[in-house]
Design a protein around this ligand. Structure first.
Ligand code: NAD
Length: 448
């Protein structure tokens, strides 16, 4: 319901006082128009067997019966500078409602991606952030929320968002203090079963695509071979460095646009992946496979060996897209100032690792700079620049994660589920590793 419209009719309030894990006895306390169960509110709807009845009719009937329960899911307007994405899109609303969620959003949360409040059916809107947070059992967000937002959440509530704990020590401290169960989207394990929840991948794929588009607009030449009566223009040479999700998408995009593409990574398995997308792999002879499919840092000797092998490929490229990253570390430097000075006049580097400091010595994160004869473009928060698609994919990722816990109008966290256990950042006042002990005693915890 858009802001300014009358608020939704709410069920009478029911307050649950938990006795023991497993909860066998309940004491209900009626309050005006709010339902809060500790540590998390659970709301069950008495009967929705007749699928033809409207939600309003259901609510009225349930209100009379006094037994309607839902899980309150709140979505805030993002507060980070330049963040345009929103964690909920209309396509996901009906699916969440079906699982028993009652949805609330902050007015204007989707405006930056052309989703006005009116586009969301079955969602209650309010301008009051405090109210949203106070009543929420689950808060969905994209970027790490402000400290004040965590203070407003009730103890035991669930937060699902990107956190990046190393950048947010104060926030993590507050999550622990407030006993928030936080699922950090960057922690979703990279396993087949979790692919539909893997927001790192969905956002990185968009980043890789956009990196090539951005580079193309800064080049003073075209990417494909073009033949005219006046003559033929040869295809541009594109070098992609770092072949994770973003790098492979960049290769695919540059190849589709007709460029001649090369790819380089320190994980040898990427050679076959690059080839399958139409790129030639630059083999530097260095194998720096790390743990869990990620790369490790190179030694000083390895860096010299790589630099020697790459210099001529860097010099030949019209466009370079860099995406190299090592989890928890600053971005590795792949292009020195000397190598950049040896590039063709008019060449462009798009550094997609600016968030971690960048892959080039001359990168200025968040800026586009002319360095000698070349241009280095280093955008921050690239998925936000494609906010509509990025929000859509993220909202589906978050829904798929929440769907593991939200069934029949109840949130149940099964800690024996690898995806939930590994994605959890904080729970019951403990950090992931410490919380693991707590969890092992309770394989299926009903958070209610
Ligand atoms: P990432 O963003 O952590 O890093 C990007 C790339 O940079 C990686 O390919 C890495 O090897 C490379 N890199 C690091 N240091 C480098 C250097 N000095 N020179 C060149 N390249 C360097 O990567 P990502 O996209 O998050 O993917 C990480 C891993 O997760 C990959 O193995 C990927 O295949 C895997 N993955 C698996 C799944 C799944 O199975 N569900 C989903 C997504 C990703």
């Amino acid at each position: 319901m858009p802001c300014g419209a009358p608020s939704l009719t709410k069920a009478p309030s029911v307050r649950l006082h938990r006795s023991l894990p497993g909860i066998s006895r309940y004491r209900f306390e009626l309050r005006c128009d709010t339902v809060v169960l500790e540590p998390i509110a659970l709301r069950t709807e008495r009967s929705r067997s007749n699928g033809s009845t409207s939600r309003t009719e259901d609510r009225i009937r349930a209100r009379r019966a006094g037994t309607v329960m839902f899980v309150n899911v709140a979505v805030l307007k993002e507060t980070q500078p330049h963040e345009r994405r929103v964690a909920l899109v209309p396509a996901v609303v009906a699916r969440l409602v079906k699982l028993g969620a009652r949805l609330h959003m902050q007015c204007g949360a989707g405006e930056a991606v052309a989703l006005p409040d009116q586009a969301f059916q079955d969602v209650a809107f309010t301008a009051n952030r405090r109210e949203l947070l106070r009543d929420a059992d689950v808060v969905l967000a994209i970027g790490p929320p402000a400290l004040g937002a965590i203070d407003e959440m009730k103890a035991g509530a669930i937060l699902i968002s990107f956190i990046y704990e190393h950048n947010e020590p104060a926030l993590v401290e507050r999550l622990l203090e407030r006993k928030i169960t936080c699922f950090a989207m960057e922690r979703v394990p990279r396993i087949s079963r979790a692919q539909s929840m893997d927001a790192l991948s969905s956002q990185s794929a968009l980043t890789g695509y956009y990196g090539v588009q951005l580079g193309a607009t800064h080049l003073n030449r075209v990417l494909p071979k073009i033949t005219t009566a006046a003559g033929t223009i040869g295809p541009a040479k594109v070098l992609v460095m770092g072949l994770g999700v973003a790098g492979l998408e960049a290769i695919a995009t540059a190849h589709r646009l007709g460029a001649v593409v090369e790819g380089y990574d320190v994980r040898p398995e990427t050679a076959e992946q690059a080839a399958s997308l139409g790129a030639t792999f630059v083999d530097t002879g260095v194998d720096a496979r790390g743990k869990g499919g990620y790369a490790r840092e190179l030694t000083a000797d390895e860096r010299l060996k790589v630099a020697a092998a790459l210099t001529k490929h860097i010099a030949a490229a019209d466009l370079i897209v860099t995406t190299a990253a090592i989890p928890g570390k600053a971005s590795p430097k792949l292009i020195s100032s000397g190598q950049a000075a040896g590039m063709k006049a008019g060449a462009v580097i798009v550094d997609l690792s600016a968030e971690g400091g960048g892959n080039c010595d001359d990168t200025v994160p968040g800026q586009t700079v002319r360095v000698g004869r070349i241009t280095i473009v280093a955008p921050l928060n690239v998925p936000s620049l494609l906010g509509a698609d990025a929000s859509n994919l993220y909202a589906h990722n978050a829904f798929n994660l929440l769907a593991l816990m939200l069934k029949d109008n109840i949130v149940t966290i099964d800690w024996s589920d690898e995806v939930l256990a590994k994605t959890m950042l904080t729970h019951a006042g403990a950090m992931h590793d410490d919380a693991a002990n707590h969890k092992s005693a309770q394989t299926a915890v009903k958070v209610a």
